[in-house]
Design a binder for this molecule. Structure first.
Ligand SMILES: Cc1ncc(C[n+]2csc(CCOP(=O)(O)OP(=O)(O)O)c2C)c(N)n1
Ligand SMILES: [Mg+2]
Length: 609
């Protein structure tokens, strides 16, 4: 020892303390990307039986894998990477985790300070690497044997997990400098066995099996007076709407159903709100709101006087645009965040959404508000009409249609299935076509920053969690973007069913104004395909086979049977549904036209307010 620092390399005790404290803070999964500088922490997590380690060779994919794992497990997940460009590759996932509120802990290894900014190999400036995208950055000291250092390390780790998990959850970055030699001299395993044993000797800095730092999160519950004020506002509004964007919270669906029942407000439930499916009372859920609101008459005649919003930003552009045009009073319940992209005046409520909904429902039950049946009836009739019309239209088509890939999926899946949907059209098709059903599904997508990168990885991360079988629905461009995910599936022996919607390019652009560039009278048809459509004509079968998965081409009629047959079986199976981009837009429009006609007929028949 010189000056309290080991001259023989990285000592293992402070590194073990990192892992010990991670475990005590509730962390169970660590995604490890190979590298030399990260060896001390890699070995320390690998030998700890309380931690599951997942190997990934591609840091960008690893970050997204951790996102899926954290979402499915509802716990923070750590990612260990070496120095240099390795952590830089995590930036897309860190941005997604920040915007999507996913608790990630990035542990990047680094050279000690004296080797930085002087041309040492594989070294770049990792200080505050993720800028505003990480909730907190801290650098741990170079490990040495000083007990005070171990105490400091424990405090930082516990705080890092607490900050990542605290609402709104998000990524935290810790930079870990290690000295050579990087392989521990003594037995790492015996140290671990000691520190997790109940009879572990309490050394300075160690806590004898207790977390070093306990974090009591603020109780995100409104005071009674604020609940009363809100109830008064809800009672004044006979035409209220509950809007649920993406959210996946235990107990939320049942609480929001209670709130809807006592207020008589319909619930416009996003495909990712996890309210459309499940055993709770779904009578107030307007699952077809995206279609219903495509009727101009509905938008004009069903204007609410109050909107109470929960969850993230709704997927449906039709809904979001309508919300932005309304004059209604707006209450936004956001768990410590500020999500409100319509730029309308709002009352923000920082509270746990499931709890707030339950508290409001209880209070309203006590003050017995008589719901306005006419308002609710009209919405329910429109939803039923849209549902029946879409159902009939879907049965009638004999062509491959992307909406049908989602429409038939939910039926007959085992309870607890996780449906992970890719950005671009899959998440929109989920929103438009996932029907209300009894099945307990958990629907997830990367809706923080809406990237098409990392989608397969996130789905596989959710599969790694083991909470339930995973079905991933992903577009072809997104699939190609994240092929390395399948390497991790192989390395970690993961099971998943992937529905690959192959329209040979970016189908979403055909729905967007850019598509007008394709029209000879308007734009630049010769450039549209090259710059937006990106047809690649790639055969997926050989790629999937080379990466160790099974591949099968399926038509939309046989897709749901194929998926059901695959769920629960080992390995990765890719069911490819081939569609045609332009035809798909026509089919979407035909489905909407048929449904809107039915919705408008229901408006005439409904007992309107
Ligand atoms: C990382 C990233 N790059 C680019 C985009 C822009 N983008 C949105 S959708 C899309 C095409 C996606 O194609 P595909 O995955 O095949 O889905 P489809 O549109 O056909 O449903 C692109 C490039 C994005 N959202 N994220
Ligand atoms: Mg595509």
């Amino acid at each position: 020892m010189t000056g309290g620092r080991s001259v023989s390399g990285t000592p293992s005790a402070p590194v073990r303390a990192i892992v010990d404290e991670l475990v005590m803070a509730g962390l169970r999964d660590v995604v490890v990307c190979p590298g030399s500088r990260s060896t001390p922490i890699t070995l320390a997590v690998a030998v700890d039986p309380r931690i599951r380690t997942w190997t990934h060779i591609d840091e960008r994919a690893a970050g997204y894998f951790a996102i899926g794992l954290a979402k499915a497990s509802r716990r923070a997940v750590a990612v260990v990477v070496t120095s240099g460009t390795a952590p830089v590759n995590l930036h897309p996932a860190v941005a997604e985790a920040f915007e999507g509120r996913v608790p990630l802990l990035i542990l990047s290894a680094d050279r000690p300070p004296e080797l930085r900014d002087r041309g040492a190999p594989q070294t770049t400036n990792q200080q505050s690497l993720f800028g505003h995208h990480s909730k907190w950055f801290a650098e741990l000291p170079v490990p040495d044997e000083d007990p005070k250092l171990e105490a400091h390390v424990r405090g930082v780790i516990a705080r890092a997990v607490a900050v990542a998990t605290e609402s709104p959850s998000g990524p935290v970055h810790l930079n870990l400098p290690f000295q050579e030699p990087l392989i521990p001299v003594g037995s790492l395993r015996s140290g671990i066995d000691e520190s997790i044993g109940a009879s572990a000797t309490i050394t300075s800095g160690s806590t004898g099996g207790e977390p070093y730092l306990r974090f009591i999160a603020p109780d995100r519950k409104l005071p009674a007076s604020a609940i009363t004020d809100l109830v008064i506002r809800l009672r004044r509004a006979s035409r209220g709407l509950i809007v649920c964007g993406p959210i996946d919270r235990v107990g939320f669906a049942a609480s929001i159903a209670d709130l809807a029942r006592v207020t008589g407000y319909p619930i416009l439930a996003d495909g990712l709100a996890n309210v459309r499916t499940g055993p709770h009372d779904r009578s107030h859920v307007i699952a077809r709101h995206d279609t219903v609101l495509r009727s101009e008459r509905v938008r004009d005649e069903r204007r609410p006087d109050l909107i109470i919003r929960f969850g993230g930003t709704p997927t449906s552009k039709t809904l979001l645009t309508w919300l932005g045009d309304l004059e209604a009073e707006q209450v936004v319940v956001d768990d410590m965040g500020w999500n409100e992209p319509t730029l309308r005046p709002a009352t923000f409520i920082h509270a746990d959404p499931a709890r707030l909904a339950a508290d409001l429902a209880a209070e309203i039950t006590r003050s017995s508000v008589a719901p306005d049946r006419g308002w609710l009836d009209g919405w329910q009739a429109a939803d039923r009409a849209a549902d029946a019309a879409l159902g009939a239209w879907l049965t009638g088509i004999d062509q491959a249609f992307e909406g049908a890939a989602i429409a038939g999926l939910a039926d007959g899946l085992p309870d607890g299935t996780i449906l992970y949907v890719g950005s671009s059209m899959p998440v929109r098709d989920l929103d438009a076509y996932l029907p209300s059903s009894e099945t307990v599904l958990r629907c997830m997508g990367n809706r923080g920053a809406n990237g098409i990168d990392g989608v397969i990885s996130s789905g596989l991360g959710a599969a790694a969690c083991g909470e339930g079988p995973v079905i991933l629905v992903v577009g072809d461009v997104s699939f190609l973007h994240d092929l390395n995910a399948l390497v991790a599936a192989r390395l970690n022996r993961l099971d998943a069913t992937i529905v690959l919607v192959n329209n040979d390019g970016g189908g979403i652009f055909s729905f967007l104004p850019q598509a007008s560039a394709d029209r000879p009278d308007v734009g630049l048809p010769e450039h549209y395909e090259r710059l937006f459509g990106t047809p690649h004509a790639i055969e997926f079968g050989p790629i999937v086979a080379a990466l160790g998965g099974e591949h099968r081409l399926v038509g939309s009629g046989e897709l749901s049977t194929a998926v059901r047959g695959s769920v629960g079986r080992p390995g990765v199976r890719v069911f490819e549904l081939r569609t045609e981009r332009k035809r798909n837009v026509e089919l979407h429009r035909a489905a909407v036209t048929a449904a809107v006609e039915a919705v408008e007929a229901s408006l005439d028949a409904a007992v309107g307010p």
